[in-house]
Design a protein. Structure first.
Length: 225
């Protein structure tokens, strides 16, 4: 009987937590999964409600100052950090890559945990962790291009290949960041709130019914929001 009461109590607690989550859901960004038309792979993205887009747009202006403080704290050139952000997310704090990287500096979940990030879409947390990670990579490899390659492909790939991995994406990434960093004028780009709002609004709130067949041959039909 005591065991049954324990189970019943657990279900009641779970139901209460679920109800609280539903009440708070409208104020949060939601994650959606869709099938990529070109590759057929499932891709996760973040849908941001209009109110949150306005909040993000209002918060866009402090990004240069957040970058400056984090870079100075870690002894990095803020322009290098801006070059990485531009290549990673183009200043969209709600960006999510097909592999699950999040936010301005596209932190993978494991990297975010390593640097104590609790909200990957927080501008301050994301930038602080991304700058700390970049600093550690520069210290570990002693070379900017190798550090950038590790930021894109992972430390293990750089170590395994003894240099920049022979991945087209990684080599393009290193060239792109290096070109932006050494570009004419060497000025940190201004972040326009209107552009940020537009970037966050690219994904529609509702998507049609989608389906896929898993390796066991089961058909999965679902809608995403």
């Amino acid at each position: 009987m005591r065991f049954c009461l324990g189970i019943a109590g657990s279900w009641i607690l779970a139901a209460q937590c679920f109800a609280a989550a539903l009440e708070d859901y409208p104020s949060r960004a939601s994650s959606v999964v869709r099938a990529d038309r070109r590759t057929g792979r499932l891709v996760r993205a973040v849908v941001v409600r209009p109110a949150q887009r306005r909040q993000a747009a209002a918060a866009a202006s402090p990004i240069p100052e957040v970058v400056r403080k984090a870079a100075v704290q870690k002894g990095l050139d803020p322009l290098l950090v801006h070059s990485v952000i531009q290549a990673e997310s183009n200043y969209n704090p709600f960006a999510v890559s097909p592999k699950g990287a999040q936010g301005l500096m596209q932190l993978m979940p494991a990297t975010a945990r390593r640097y104590g990030v609790t909200n990957g879409f927080s501008i301050a947390e994301n930038v602080q962790a991304g700058v700390s990670y970049l600093r550690d990579l520069l210290d570990a490899f002693g070379d900017r291009d190798l550090a950038l390659a590790a930021y894109n492909a992972g430390e293990a790939a750089v170590i395994r290949h003894g240099g920049i991995p022979p991945y087209d994406e990684t080599r393009r990434y290193v060239r792109a960041v290096g070109s932006r960093y050494a570009g004419p004028g060497r000025r940190a780009p201004a972040v326009a709130p209107a552009e940020l709002e537009g970037a966050a609004a690219q994904t529609p709130l509702f998507r049609p019914v989608e389906q896929y067949i898993d390796p066991q041959g089961n058909l999965h039909i679902f809608t995403t929001r």
